[in-house]
Write a protein that binds this ligand. Structure first.
Ligand SMILES: NC(=O)C1=CN([C@@H]2O[C@H](COP(=O)(O)OP(=O)(O)OC[C@H]3O[C@@H](n4cnc5c(N)ncnc54)[C@H](O)[C@@H]3O)[C@@H](O)[C@H]2O)C=CC1
Ligand SMILES: O=C(CO)COP(=O)(O)O
Length: 327
C-alpha cells in the first residue's frame, strides 16, 4: 500500500489464487487484513514470474519459516538489478541464520546488498496510513538509500542504518518479550511488571545482538526499543495476544490455531535458546519463555524463578549489555 501510494506499479504474490482474485476484485484481504481496503492499483497474482517481471524492488515478507522456500521459488525470475528488501522478523530454525543470509544464499547475491526494513509498524495501522517510522538497514548505504527513497512519504518515515545484524536481531527477539508481555498482562500483573519485562528484555536483546556483532546503539532506536514497545503493548500484536491466551491456560497448539496467523516469537524462542548457548550469553527471560512454551512450566512458576534470580548490580550489568566501559 505504501509503495502504491508512492506511485509505483506494485504486484503482490501469494500462493493462494483465491486470495489473489479477492485482492484484484474487491481490493480486500479478508483473511489476513480484515477491514482495511487495499489500493485499487495493487495487482495480485499467484504466479511468481508474473509478480517479478520487470521488478526494480522486491520486498520479501513471508514468515521466517517460509523464507528459504519462497526465495528459492523467486530466484529464477528475479531481475538481475532488482533491489532486494525483506521485512521478516525471525531466524531460520534449522540453521539459526538471519533472513539476509537466507536470501543471499538462495538468490546468489551478496549479503551486503540486502536491505532489511524493520521497526514499529503494525500492518493494520500502516494500511490506514497512520504515522509510522521504520528503519532500512543495509551494509551498502546506497542500497539503504534506494529503499528509503522508495518507501518514504508523509505518513511513513524511513531512516537508514548500516547495522543489519542489530536490526535483524532486534526485530526477531522482541517477539519473545512481547509474548512475555502478553503473559504478564494475561496473568493480571500490572504496569510495573511490564516495564520490568521491557527493560530487562531490551538488555537481553542487546546482550545477544552485541555478541553477534551488532552496534549496541541500534537497540536504542526504532528497530530496538521502538518495536519492543509497540509489539509488547499493541492490541494488534499477535505475539502479545498469543501470550495473553497462554495465560488463560490454553495449550500452545490451540493458541496457534486460534491465531491463524504467524506468531514468530514461538520459533524464535527456540532459536534464541540455541543462539544464547552459541554466543555464551545469558537470556533468562527467553529461557523462562522456553520453559513455559515447550516444557510445561506454569507461567507463575516462571515469574517466580525470574524474580528469585541471584542478586546483581544494575550499573555493571547495563554497562556490559550496552558495551560501555565504566571509568
Ligand atoms: N503483520 C505485521 O504488522 C508485521 C509483520 N512483520 C513480519 O512479517 C512476516 C510475515 O508476517 P505477516 O504477514 O503478518 O504474517 P501472516 O501470518 O499474517 O501472513 C503470512 C502470509 O504468508 C503466507 N505464507 C505462509 N507460509 C507460506 C509459504 N510456505 N509459502 C508462501 N506463502 C506462505 C500466508 O499464506 C500469508 O499470506 C513475519 O516475519 C512478521 O514478523 C513485520 C512487521 C509488521
Ligand atoms: O513486528 C510487528 C510490528 O512492528 C508485528 O508484531 P506481531 O507479529 O506480534 O503482530
Amino acid at each position: 500500500a505504501v509503495l502504491c501510494d508512492n506511485g509505483f506499479d506494485v504486484s503482490i504474490w501469494t500462493r493462494n489464487a483465491l486470495q489473489a482474485e479477492e485482492m484484484n476484485t474487491t481490493h480486500t484481504n479478508s483473511r489476513y487484513l480484515p477491514d482495511c481496503p487495499l489500493p485499487s492499483s495493487l495487482k495480485a497474482t499467484a504466479v511468481m514470474s508474473d509478480a517479478l517481471d520487470g521488478a526494480e524492488l522486491v520486498l520479501f515478507t513471508s514468515p521466517s519459516s517460509a523464507m528459504r522456500e519462497v526465495a528459492k521459488q523467486a530466484a529464477p525470475s528475479l531481475p538481475a538489478n532488482a533491489l532486494v528488501v525483506h521485512a521478516t522478523k525471525g531466524f531460520e530454525s534449522e540453521t539459526l541464520n538471519r533472513m539476509t543470509t537466507v536470501l543471499s544464499e538462495e538468490l546468489g547475491r551478496s549479503e551486503d546488498s540486502m536491505v532489511v526494513l524493520s521497526g514499529p509498524s503494525h500492518a493494520e495501522e500502516v494500511a490506514r496510513r497512520q504515522p509510522t517510522t521504520v528503519v532500512v538497514a543495509s551494509v551498502d548505504q546506497s542500497c539503504a538509500e534506494q529503499a528509503q527513497d522508495a518507501f518514504i512519504n508523509a505518513y511513513f518515515r524511513v531512516y537508514t542504518n548500516p547495522d543489519v545484524i542489530g536490526v535483524e536481531v532486534a526485530g526477531a527477539i522482541k517477539n519473545i518479550i512481547a509474548l512475555g508481555a502478553g503473559l504478564s498482562d494475561g496473568l493480571g500483573f500490572g504496569d510495573n511488571a511490564k516495564a520490568a519485562l521491557l527493560t530487562r528484555g531490551l538488555a537481553e536483546i542487546s546482550r545477544l545482538g552485541t555478541a553477534m556483532g551488532a552496534n549496541t546503539l541500534t537497540f536504542a532506536g526504532l528497530a530496538g526499543v521502538g518495536d519492543l514497545v509497540v509489539t509488547s503493548t499493541s492490541k494488534h500484536s499477535r505475539n502479545w495476544r498469543a501470550g495473553s491466551m497462554l495465560a488463560e491456560g490454553l495449550e500452545l497448539e490451540e493458541v496457534l490455531s486460534r491465531m491463524g496467523m504467524v506468531v514468530e516469537g514461538v520459533r524464535t524462542t527456540m532459536a534464541a535458546r540455541k543462539l544464547a548457548e552459541r554466543y555464551e550469553v545469558e537470556m533468562p527471560i527467553a529461557e523462562q519463555l522456553y520453559q513455559v512454551l515447550f516444557e510445561g512450566c506454569a507461567p507463575k512458576t516462571a515469574v517466580g524463578l525470574l524474580m528469585g534470580r541471584g542478586r546483581t548490580h544494575e550499573s555493571e550489568q547495563v554497562a556490559q549489555d550496552w558495551g560501555l566501559h565504566q571509568s
